[in-house]
Design a protein around this ligand. Sequence first.
Ligand code: RIB
Ligand code: CA
Length: 313
Amino acid sequence: MTHKIILDTDPGIDDAQAIFFAFQSPDIEVLGLTTVYGNVPVSMSAQNALTLCELANQDIPVTKGVGMPWVGPESGYAHFVHGDDGFGNINVEPSKRELDPRSSAQFIVDMARQHPGEITLVAVGPLGNLALALRLEPQLPKLIKDVKIMGGAAFVPGNVTPVAEANIWNDAFAADIVFSADWDITMFGLDVTNSAPFSPEFVDKLAEVNPVLGGFVQKSSQFYIDFYSQNREDRVCFFHDAMPLAYLVNPDLFELTEGHIRVATDSLNKGQTAVAPIGSTASPLWLEAKKIKVATKVNHPQLEKLYIDTYAL
Ligand code: RIB
Ligand code: CA
């Protein structure tokens, strides 16, 4: 079965890894890339998405979305992880293609109305576009098939604060809106993405099987590998954003658990995604919280094989 998706993204090196995986997979049809601030400011995010589409020869809509958190001042960006250009400072020629004039949120709403019940929203950046789309069209959860999110940390520490993962921390109020809405959500947080480190040799292999797209990933990932290899013996990086897409293609690779989620918005715990596994509490405050699925484990060797086989197509 082919999955129709909208990929909401802040490219970003691991976003590029994920976007190319989606483009390559015969099981995924990408209706558009909706961009958001996060790793980089939103105009760079949108420009980078256009550049990735051109590199991959994909003529699909790319939209620019929210550039600020739902509440509070403009965020800092993650140039220390993704480089000044969001692609590890590799001096890639920016695409001259044009953006779709709609906002990311409006595009999501339009597509959902056009394909009711068919679209999976895959969100791999802060969740402002999805929150705004919910405000534009309150019936959105009924029009969307399901939502897959890279973000959060249910049972493991965060990567920005002890309790919060970057995408959720970056726009905690928007995340609270999205995680409280009445749609089917599966969360791919640090529980699963940090459990699977990828070696530089694996990244080299992607370039070997696909010199253009894998080659781009190999080049851009060097900066990203340097970041992730600080304070550890081995050299690694994490394909955070590709995980929900891998799940769409082969869910059997993953173990999931179900629980009730709360997103914290107070300043100390901002962005915490606390999950109460089903049956673990009788507290009404938790039982009335939205039930979601959380990915907790992945078959790493099979995941590597899936990435390589897909890039090789
Ligand atoms: O915490 C990992 C997430 O934050 C990924 O989406 C990555 O692109 C960064 O923005
Ligand atoms: Ca991302």
